[in-house]
Design a protein around this ligand. Structure first.
Ligand SMILES: [Zn+2]
Length: 89
C-alpha cells in the first residue's frame, strides 16, 4: 500500500465508460455521484470509499490547495470543529 498514485481519483462509468472524477469533498460529504456522461447516479458505499479516503488523505494538502481556489468552504461542514481549532475561547 505504498504505491505513489498521482492519477485523478475516480472510476469509469459502467454505463458509458465516462471517467467520473471523485473529489475528496464528495467522498466526505456526499453519498452519491452522478455520471456527467449519461447522468446515471451512483451511490457511494461508505465502506468502499473508506479505502479511497485513506488514500486521498495523502493528497489532502494538494486537494486543499485546489479546493481553496474554488468555492470550497469547510465552515459549512464542520463549523464546530473550526471554532475549536481557531481558538474561539
Ligand atoms: Zn455514464
Amino acid at each position: 500500500m505504498n504505491g505513489q498514485q498521482e492519477k485523478t481519483p475516480g472510476f469509469n462509468c459502467p454505463n458509458c465508460d465516462f471517467f467520473i472524477e471523485v473529489s475528496l469533498k464528495s467522498l466526505l460529504f456526499d453519498s452519491g455521484q452522478d455520471c456527467p456522461g449519461c447522468l446515471t447516479g451512483f451511490k457511494m458505499d461508505r465502506q468502499e470509499s473508506k479505502k479511497a479516503l485513506e488514500l486521498m488523505q495523502k493528497l489532502n494538502t494538494v486537494v486543499d490547495n485546489l479546493e481553496s481556489a474554488k468555492d470550497f468552504s469547510p465552515a459549512n461542514y464542520s463549523h464546530g470543529d473550526l471554532h475549536k481549532r481557531f481558538g474561539r475561547k
